[in-house]
Design a binder for this molecule. Structure first.
Ligand SMILES: Cc1cc2nc3c(=O)[nH]c(=O)nc-3n(C[C@H](O)[C@H](O)[C@H](O)COP(=O)(O)OP(=O)(O)OC[C@H]3O[C@@H](n4cnc5c(N)ncnc54)[C@H](O)[C@@H]3O)c2cc1C
Length: 453
C-alpha cells in the first residue's frame, strides 16, 4: 500500500503535531506517521488513580512568554495559575537538619546555589573539547557538600540529569538563550487537551512504525518512507521529529546515511531518563496550599502534590503525591525492586510529614502506587535532552539542519537554544515548517524566526 504527499511528518508528539498544523494551510495533504497507537508522544496521562488525569510526562509550563501559552490562552480559553518554585524544602540530618521549611526560610548556602546557577551565563565558556561538568565547576568554586546536594536536587534533577552529567558549555548557552520567563505555570486542564487541539483535522496514521527513509536522488527526487510492515509513503519533504534515542539506536535506517556533523551531534547529545513515582493516599497529610518540596540528599529529590478540577468523579483519590527522579538517580531506581522503591519513598514521606501523634502518615494511608519509567517507552527512550557534558558548540544546529533540501528535523533535542520544554519542541516545529514551506515554494531552506502565534 502506497500513498503520495507533499509533506510527511514522522512522530505525533508536540513538535510533529504543531508542524503539521502549521503546514496544513499550504499543504493540505500533509500526513503524520506515528509509531504508537496513540498521539502526544511524551504528553501522556495516568488515568484512574485520581479524579483527574495525572500527567506521566510534562505538567508544568515554564514561563509565560511561549508559543504554548499563547496557543492555549488564545485558541483554547485555558487559564494558568502561577506557582513559586521551589516553594518548600526538606533538609534531613545529613544536609543540615532544618527539616521542612518554606523557601523564605532558606539560608545563605541555598541562595549561593541559586546565584551560581542563575548567573552561570557570566561564566567563561569552556573551549572546544574541554567542557566541564557542573560537579567539577562547583568544586572549582569551592562549594560545600551541602551546596552540591542542593544543586543536585534542585537544578540537575530539573535539567533531567545529575551534576556529573550536566555540561557547563550547554548550560551557559541555555541560560543565555532562555527567554520564556521564570514563572511556573499550571494549566487548568490536562496537557492532553493541547494534543487534541493540535491534532484537530490532521491526517494522522497511528501504528505506523517508520523503519527506513530513502532520500537518495535515485529514489525519484523525493523521499520514500517505509514502515516496518512494508507500507510506503512517498513525499517531497519529510520532517523527522522522533526523540533523540530513536536516532541514536538506529531505529530508522537512512539512505544515504546522515551527514557526518549530524551523526556526530546525535552521538554527543544525551537524553536522560526520568521516573515518576505516583502515590495515592486515603487522606491528605500535608498543608492544603503546599505544592512542591525539594529534598537535597534524599532518595527522591523532589515531589509535589497537585489538585485539579475533578473531571472523573469517583475515580481514585484526590490525595496524590508525585515523586520525580531524573538522570543517574532515575537509572538507579529502575534497577531496584519496585517494592523497595515504594518502601523508601514512603519512609521519606513519613520522615518529612511525621507529627508527634502520627509517626507514619504516608505508610499508614497509602492506597495505590504507580511507577512511570520513561526508559521503557520504546519510541521515546527517556525524558528530555539535558545540557550535555561534552556536547560541542553547533551540535544542536547540526541536529536541526535540513539534509539535501528534502529531509528536515524538529523535536525538542533540535532546539538550538537548548530548550527541552514543550514550547521548545513547538518552536522547532515552527522553524521546520518555515524551512519546508520555503523549499517547496521554490526558495532555499531558510533560517526561520522563533515561533510566535
Ligand atoms: C517525565 C517528563 C517530564 C517532563 N516535564 C516537562 C515539564 O514539566 N514541562 C515541559 O515543558 N516539558 C516537560 N517535559 C518535556 C516535554 O515533554 C518534551 O519536550 C516534549 O513533549 C517533546 O515533544 P517532541 O514532539 O519533541 O517529542 P515526542 O513527544 O517524543 O514525539 C515524538 C514522536 O515520535 C514517535 N516516533 C518515534 N519513533 C518513531 C518511528 N520509528 N516511527 C513513527 N513515529 C515514531 C513517538 O512515538 C512520539 O510520539 C517532560 C518530559 C518527560 C518525559
Amino acid at each position: 500500500m502506497e500513498s503520495y504527499h507533499s509533506v510527511a511528518v514522522i512522530g505525533a508528539g508536540l513538535a510533529g503535531l504543531y508542524a503539521a498544523r502549521l503546514l496544513k494551510e499550504k499543504f493540505p495533504d500533509v500526513v503524520v506517521l506515528e509509531a504508537q497507537n496513540r498521539i502526544g508522544g511524551r504528553v501522556k496521562q495516568v488515568h484512574g488513580m485520581a479524579p483527574w488525569p495525572i500527567e506521566a510526562g510534562p505538567e508544568f509550563v515554564h514561563g509565560r512568554n511561549s508559543v504554548l501559552v499563547k496557543l492555549a490562552e488564545t485558541h483554547m480559553g485555558v487559564t494558568f495559575s502561577e506557582k513559586e518554585w521551589p516553594d518548600w524544602w526538606y533538609f534531613g540530618k545529613e544536609v543540615g537538619g532544618q527539616g521542612l521549611i518554606n523557601d523564605e526560610q532558606v539560608d545563605d548556602e541555598v541562595d549561593k546555589v541559586h546565584d551560581l546557577f542563575g548567573d552561570c551565563e557570566d561564566e567563561e565558556v569552556p573551549p572546544p573539547g574541554r567542557d566541564v561538568s557542573a560537579a567539577e565547576w562547583m568544586a572549582r568554586k569551592g562549594c560545600t557538600p551541602r551546596q552540591v546536594a542542593v544543586a543536585d536536587a534542585c537544578y540537575a534533577n530539573d535539567f533531567g540529569c545529575s551534576l556529573r552529567q550536566l555540561g557547563l558549555r550547554e548550560m551557559i548557552h541555555e541560560n543565555k538563550k532562555w527567554d520564556s520567563g521564570e514563572t511556573y505555570l499550571l494549566m487548568d486542564r490536562s496537557m492532553g487537551h493541547i494534543v487534541t487541539h493540535l491534532a484537530e483535522g490532521a491526517d494522522i496514521r497511528t501504528n505506523w512504525v517508520v523503519a527506513s527513509i530513502n532520500y537518495a536522488s535515485a529514489a525519484g527526487g523525493g523521499v520514500t518512507i517505509q514502515a516496518e510492515d512494508g507500507r510506503v509513503v512517498r513525499c517531497k519533504a519529510c520532517l523527522v521529529t522522533v526523540a533523540l534515542p530513536v536516532l541514536q539506536k538506529g531505529m530508522i535506517a537512512f539512505n544515504p546515511s546522515l551527514p557526518a556533523p549530524k551523526a556526530a551531534a546525535i552521538s554527543r547529545i544525551r537524553m536522560g531518563n526520568a521516573v515518576k513515582v505516583i502515590m495515592g493516599f486515603s487522606r491528605r497529610f500535608w498543608a492544603k496550599d503546599m505544592y512542591d518540596v525539594v529534598c537535597p540528599g534524599a532518595f527522591v529529590p523532589e515531589f509535589w502534590m497537585l489538585q485539579h478540577t475533578v473531571t472523573n468523579p469517583g475515580a481514585g483519590t484526590p490525595n496524590c503525591v508525585v515523586g520525580f527522579l531524573a538522570g543517574e538517580r532515575a537509572d538507579a531506581i529502575c534497577r531496584m525492586d519496585p517494592e523497595d522503591v515504594k518502601r523508601r519513598f514512603l519512609s521519606q514521606l513519613d520522615e518529612v510529614f511525621a507529627t508527634p501523634g502520627d509517626a507514619r502518615p504516608a505508610s499508614s494511608s497509602l492506597v495505590q502506587c504507580q511507577i512511570v519509567d520513561w526508559s521503557q517507552e520504546k519510541f521515546v527512550g527517556g525524558a528530555y535532552t539535558y545540557p550535555t557534558l561534552g556536547a560541542e558548540a553547533g551540535d544542536r544546529a547540526a541536529l536541526a539542519a535540513p539534509v539535501a533540501g528534502k529531509l528536515f528535523f524538529a523535536g525538542e533535542a533540535t532546539n538550538e537554544d537548548c530548550n527541552p520544554c514543550m514550547q521548545g519542541a513547538m518552536d522547532t516545529a515552527a522553524r521546520a515548517a518555515t524551512q519546508i514551506t520555503a523549499v517547496l515554494s521554490g526558495g532555499a531552506a531558510a533560517a526561520a524566526p522563533r515561533s510566535r502565534l
